[in-house]
Design a protein around this ligand. Structure first.
Ligand SMILES: C[S@@+](CC[C@H](N)C(=O)[O-])C[C@H]1O[C@@H](n2cnc3c(N)ncnc32)[C@H](O)[C@@H]1O
Length: 434
């Protein structure tokens, strides 16, 4: 059987792996433009192959679920899915995308629209440090009108959907540039010139997203995967720091994930991307399990994420990690003493990834597969070979590589090259078997 799976995996066409012809509205992927989202066709081809011989309802995990594109793809093939992420915005979008929405969402949207159109109050309901820097006054007024109208929707599942649409409207109507994931203010001239209408933009996003999310439902229904307005199997998403624990008691047969490629500050600042939208969405609407004060400072989520903090006993960590990964040692040795601060951040990130692996592996059942999509990066013109390092870390825990596939990064939502000059144009999909 191994041979058949190996053959099928190695025969996946490069167009599929590269996501050349994928539809970006598929899987409701467009309802929020979360950073570094996976391209569904890539994971779809792998999930489809691996799941083929597994029973329906087989359990799948993504410990870095992001916008839950892996999870929603797994659902399309009848998997029970579990995901977690440290970013509350990822949790919200994932709650929405892994839910089966009733067709009455359309009516709810019409009612919400009516409430917003009737709103005359210019009261601003949210306040935080520098709000006037990030939002024009008239934008604050309109966002508050939308926010109040959402809070008057009775159904929490529907409210969550509208919060996600609001998050996207905030992204497009703040004074933050949309070309980078880091918070970066537009010039005063640009800010003055821009004609913004957040309500109109919110309506447009909602119209498109209602259609997309109901298409997902239709697709699951066509596959007999919907019973009583719910997904037939389990779909559970949680807030959680995977470095601390995996918050599920289940055993999994499949892991499909794409971890960060380095600490958020120097790769993709998921936290900064989420900071402004999260100011407008009440925390209790997302989850009461969130235990970080993510609104305290802009950097909070990013510093709590993998590699966000340098460990105190660095010497010990260094030794431990070099024992596990020769490629990491070679990378570090390439740095002069003066340059080593940056290299230390890489070691700290890899150490956090290693701790996370120790949390994940006991959750993987017998005959399970793990598919990790991971890319390398440059630090001071030296390549961090994340792919080789991950293989070595897993080898040190007795898990061997089954097959590796390579893809061109054509369509993944990465930061502009200038802002993330260390991005490579290829990444690997490493598949392990236990
Ligand atoms: C590349 S994204 C995942 C993309 C996702 N597979 C998709 O298709 O949308 C990486 C995710 O890892 C999350 N992350 C970083 N550190 C984490 C940690 N310690 N625990 C859980 N999630 C973490 C980030 O918030 C981010 O959402």
């Amino acid at each position: 059987m191994n041979e058949t799976i190996l053959n099928s995996l190695s025969n996946i066409h490069s167009d599929v792996l590269n996501g050349t012809y994928y539809n970006n509205r598929d899987f409701a992927r467009k309802i929020l433009n979360y950073p570094a989202m996976m391209v569904p066709s890539v994971q779809e081809s792998i999930i489809k192959t691996l799941i083929n011989d597994m029973p329906e309802g087989v359990s799948m995990i993504d410990p870095f679920m992001g916008a839950s594109n892996a999870l929603t793809t797994g659902m399309r093939y009848g998997a029970s899915v579990f995901g977690q992420d440290i970013n509350p915005l990822s949790v919200l979008i994932s709650q929405v995308k892994t839910s089966v929405y009733e067709y009455s969402l359309k009516n709810s949207f019409l009612e919400l629209k009516g409430r917003i159109n009737r709103s005359r109050s210019s009261k601003i309901d949210v306040s935080f440090k520098n709000i006037d820097k990030w939002f024009k006054k008239e934008v604050q007024v309109q966002l508050s009108q939308i926010r109040r109208a959402i809070l008057r929707e009775e159904n929490l599942k529907f409210r969550k959907f509208f919060w996600v649409a609001l998050a996207e409207a905030i992204r497009l109507n703040s004074n933050d540039r949309t070309s980078t994931f880091k918070m970066h203010i537009r010039t005063q001239e640009e800010i003055q010139k821009r004609k913004l209408n957040p309500i109109e933009s919110f309506f447009k996003i909602c119209e498109r997203s209602v259609e997309d999310i109901l298409n997902v439902r239709q697709e699951l229904e066509n596959k007999d995967l919907v019973i009583n307005n719910s997904y037939k199997h389990t779909a559970s998403v949680k807030w959680g720091d995977s470095k601390k624990s995996i918050n599920s008691d289940d055993q999994f047969r499949l892991l499909i994930t794409s971890p960060p490629y380095g600490d958020n500050q120097t790769t993709v600042t998921y936290g900064q991307f989420s900071y402004l939208p999260l100011q407008w969405i009440p925390i209790k609407e997302i989850s009461d399990e969130i235990s970080i004060d993510y609104l305290s400072v802009i950097q909070q989520i990013d510093t709590q994420s993998l590699g966000g903090n340098l460990p105190k006993d660095f010497k010990k960590i260094e030794e431990k990690m070099f024992n596990k990964s020769n490629s990491l040692k070679r990378f570090f040795d390439g740095f002069s003493i003066d340059e080593r601060k940056k290299a230390k951040k890489v070691i700290s990130f890899i150490n956090d990834l290693d701790i996370t692996l120790d949390n994940i592996l006991p959750k993987m059942g017998e005959n399970s597969y793990q598919a990790w999509t991971i890319g390398n990066r440059n630090v001071n013109n030296k390549v961090v070979q994340n792919d080789k390092i991950l293989i070595e870390l897993l080898e040190s825990k007795g898990i061997d590589l089954f097959i590796d596939l390579e893809r061109d990064i054509l369509s993944k939502r990465m930061p502009g090259r200038n802002n993330f000059s260390n991005t490579m144009d290829k990444e690997k999909i490493l598949i392990f078997k236990t």
